[in-house]
Design a protein around this ligand. Structure first.
Ligand SMILES: [Zn+2]
Length: 128
């Protein structure tokens, strides 16, 4: 079966992925804010911050807790990088619900849409 991809501002995204995210998120929980770093768990003896730290228990022999160690997030819908760096690949603000981020264009064009199917119908697509 071929997948249908929708051409969004930041990339081509499979249409059912968009529908699933739109269906499961609580849009009222999101507010527009500047991106900010969060604590992360860094693998010992490496520079690799493997996980976002949200208070979960972790193996202190395996990880170090690094304040501001989580240095970027990705849009839940289109995977756009949202972080503090100002370059053409990164947005520095977005919609945040306390855990997940959604980029400005996805939120305003897709999440806030009254009828997602009407919006999706009007965006260019291709099959692959
Ligand atoms: Zn997005």
């Amino acid at each position: 079966m071929k997948n249908i991809f929708v051409k969004l501002k930041n990339g081509n995204i499979e249409i059912n992925h968009i529908r699933e995210i739109i269906e499961e998120i609580e849009k009222n929980h999101y507010t527009f804010t500047n991106w900010f770093p969060r604590p992360g768990l860094k693998e010992k003896n490496t520079d690799f911050v493997a996980r976002l730290y949200i208070g979960q228990s972790y193996d202190k022999n395996q990880f170090d807790l690094v304040e501001n160690g989580w240095i970027h997030d990705h849009c839940e819908i289109c995977f756009q990088t949202i972080g503090k760096e100002t370059n053409e690949y990164t947005e520095t603000s977005g919609y945040f619900d306390g855990y997940d981020w959604i980029c400005k264009s996805c939120f305003e064009e897709l999440v806030m849409a009254e009828n997602i199917e009407t919006v999706l119908k009007d965006i260019e697509k291709f099959k692959e």
